[in-house]
Design a protein around this ligand. Structure first.
Ligand code: PMP
Length: 351
């Protein structure tokens, strides 16, 4: 740290992203990316002609992308806001709606408390129940902005739309943000509630179910008024936040519904097969509606399992938080990758 750093940030603990190894080739099951390539339509769309246009700034309103999203979700364009990953959308939410503080679950996406620090927002973390589910009563009449990942991460457990609705309905004077990064793998989306509530922000991403983590694309679906607030943040920070190629890629991905269904369907099938295999081996496997499994081996600690998988060339995610130290989060990879993962796991467990 230099002597120039703003005193506000001197004790800040930044977010630690999952490893992106550049040398050794691992089976990468640690950052919830898709094992499948982007839609063929994306590959066609980001062609030489588009690349030549890179000398020009991107459309600050990202109209091609906003239109494709609005069409897919049956909302008005004024209800869509796009960002450089959903991380950026969440950052805009903290900037815009943080005045009275945020409340989010204690075990959830690790970036939530970091954003609170970054933006000087009072972040209140509420413990999950013993079974790792969210107690919706903890989020009713919150008196502050509510932020919930649904399905939650890293547990993979989801709330029903009616449970989310209870939270939204009980906070008419506060914003409720539902982070649906993983919803396309089996969760129940709250997008349908937008016609009834003006205090709801649904955040989604292209990083998981649309196979475009490297394009950095996320979006919010909300009321026109809240979208306007989020845009105010964006135009006060980075007006060209989504680059030209990502606008084109995102629009093409959003239009390829068949490919989206195929990829998410395959991942769900592989997830169920892997979950069954691990349960049969004596693992605790939380019920996942996401593209990952949160699992605890019956015969060894989480740290040992993580380390031994790594030695075998398989990367998963592990946290030192005592409540989840014996769990690891395993992204669902391709069918072949998961076969290898299961085989290695069986050997490690059975010795
Ligand atoms: N929300 C949750 C719950 C996540 O796990 C992630 C991925 N790390 C994100 C948001 C951010 O994803 P991205 O910025 O790639 O859209």
């Amino acid at each position: 740290m230099s002597r120039f750093l703003h005193s506000r940030y001197q004790n800040m603990e930044p977010y630690t992203p999952g490893e992106q190894p550049q040398e050794r080739k691992y089976i990468k099951l640690n950052t919830n990316e898709s094992p499948y390539a982007p839609s063929p339509r994306v590959l066609e769309a980001i062609n030489r002609t588009e690349a030549e246009q890179l000398r020009l700034y991107s459309d600050p309103e990202a109209r091609a992308l906003v239109n494709a999203i609005a069409h897919r979700y049956g909302v008005d364009r004024s209800q869509v806001m796009v960002g450089n990953g959903s991380d950026e959308i969440l950052a805009f939410c903290y900037m815009a709606f943080g005045e009275r503080g945020f409340r989010y679950p204690q075990i959830s996406y690790g970036f939530y408390p970091v954003f609170a620090e970054t933006f000087g927002v009072d972040g209140q973390a509420v413990a999950l129940k013993e079974d790792f589910t969210i107690d919706i009563d903890d989020y009713k009449n919150a008196g502050r902005t509510v932020l919930i990942a649904n399905p939650n991460a890293p547990t993979g457990i989801c709330l029903s739309r009616s449970q989310v609705e209870e939270i939204v309905a009980s906070n008419p004077d506060d914003v409720v943000i539902v982070d649906e990064a993983y919803v396309d793998f089996g969760g129940e989306s709250s997008v349908g509630l937008l016609s009834k509530y003006d205090n709801l922000v649904v955040v989604q991403t292209f990083s998981k179910s649309r196979n475009l983590a490297g394009a950095r694309l996320g979006f919010a679906l909300t009321s026109p008024e809240l979208a306007e607030d989020l845009n105010k943040m964006k135009f006060s920070f980075n007006p060209y936040n989504v680059n030209r190629l990502s606008i084109v890629a995102g629009a093409a991905a959003m239009e390829d519904e068949a490919y989206f269904q195929e990829c998410t369907g395959r991942i769900r099938k592989t997830r169920e097969k892997t979950a069954q295999f691990l349960s049969d081996l004596g693992f605790t496997v939380l019920p996942s509606s996401a593209n990952f499994l949160f699992v605890k081996p019956g015969t060894m600690g989480g740290t040992e399992y993580f380390t031994r998988l790594r030695e075998e060339g398989i990367l998963v995610r592990h946290w030192s938080d005592p409540r989840i130290v014996d769990f690891v989060r395993v992204t669902i990879g391709s069918e072949e990758e998961m076969e290898r993962f299961c085989m290695v796991t069986k050997i490690l467990v059975e010795g």
